[in-house]
Design a protein around this ligand. Structure first.
Ligand code: FAQ
Length: 311
């Protein structure tokens, strides 16, 4: 009965075992996972837009080929994650509908514009860097399909991060104009990257339950701190500065102290009022509508195959 099922589930989680799609799970656990995995999948798909913008403007054939491969990886991550969400008993078309109608979120970071080529560097270095810090612990998520998806995704993500670092390193050590372009870009992306980790712990309604269920392994603030500690020395190697006068190593704790994040800006962006929210959704819905004929053709083909195999 339900009590026994719940006890079995609790024991699996306590023992750090994986919950698999056919296992019984509390409805809240299922709902939370659908929310988080879908939000993650949507982020990958929407996240293709800010970079897609620069494929045709890449400074060389080599840079273009690399950027194209990265954006394709993101499409792959999105599809992989939608499949993980589908193991929880929801259909991909329902998830897409929720994205298109604003009932499910995607990461705040993708609502900022990409104004220069250096932004491809900043996205790789800072956005993929933040994504890795957040996602490596999800490789140990209690839900098996999500945890396994994360292993492969994190490998590709670390390559993406290196690729961004390399773009910025090249620009930073180039002409004065290139250096200035890199610095200006990092100035714009730094604070939004810190916001990717979500609201501060005392304003994060989902954290406690998600941590108890082994979905999240660390709090939002812990991971944000880890990212700052990792990134400051990398900025020094790049020869770039981070736009925070309060950034300073605390000798006692070994962690960097940093300034106050503008949480009003974060709330506005996740409510739909960021610089590019409307544009991102409009473009996504447009792409979905343009692809209707492909879905219809695939369905017609599948129906024909099914009829044939019956006959
Ligand atoms: N943006 O109670 P919490 C990538 C929402 S990386 C928008 O703390 P939770 C790679 C949150 O959903 C980006 N909304 O929530 C890439 C909740 O609202 P809800 C994707 C945010 O879930 C790189 C409310 O605020 N990565 O795509 C954000 O416990 C380059 C309260 O927050 C993931 O999704 C935000 N930043 O913790 C691709 C990682 N933060 O849903 C292309 C997996 C919070 O109740 C190019 N997700 N909210 O209406 C997670 O680890 C968690 O979901 C958190 C939020 C940490 C994001």
């Amino acid at each position: 009965d339900d009590v026994q099922q719940q006890e079995r589930f609790d024991a699996l989680v306590a023992d750090d075992q994986r919950i698999e799609p056919r296992d019984w799970m509390p409805e809240g656990y299922r709902k939370t996972l659908i929310r988080q995995i879908a939000q993650h999948a949507h982020s990958e798909i929407i996240g293709m837009q800010p970079e897609g913008n620069w494929i045709s403007q890449a400074p060389s054939l080599r840079r273009k080929a690399i950027l194209m491969a990265k954006v394709q990886d993101e499409a792959g991550h999105g599809l992989y994650l939608y499949s993980a969400a589908e193991t929880l008993g929801i259909d991909r078309s329902e998830l897409l509908d929720m994205l298109h109608t604003g009932r499910q979120k995607y990461s705040s970071i993708f609502n900022y514009p990409t104004l220069s080529w250096a932004d491809m560097g900043s996205i790789g270095w800072l956005v993929d860097g933040a994504a890795i810090v957040n996602q490596v612990p999800i490789c140990r998520c209690s839900y098996g399909p999500y945890a396994r998806a994360m292993v492969r995704i994190c490998k590709e993500e670390s390559f993406h991060q290196r690729q961004g670092f390399e773009i910025l390193h090249h620009l930073s050590h180039g002409t004065p104009e290139q250096h200035a372009m890199a610095q200006e870009s990092v100035n714009r992306w730094w604070w939004p990257s810190l916001m990717m980790f979500g609201p501060p712990d005392d304003a994060s309604p989902n954290s406690a339950q998600s941590m108890a269920w082994g979905i999240k392994r660390h709090s939002n603030d812990e991971l944000r701190q880890r990212f700052v500690d990792m990134t400051v020395p990398q900025a020094q190697v790049l020869g770039l500065t981070l736009p925070d006068p309060e950034l300073e190593l605390d000798e006692e704790t070994g962690h960097y102290r940093f300034g106050e994040i503008d949480w009003t800006e974060f709330m506005e962006v996740i409510k739909g009022n960021g610089p590019c929210n409307a544009e991102r959704i409009e473009r996504r819905v447009g792409a979905h509508d343009d692809g209707a004929w492909v879905r219809e053709a695939a369905m017609a083909y599948a129906d024909k195959q099914a009829t044939r195999s019956q006959g």
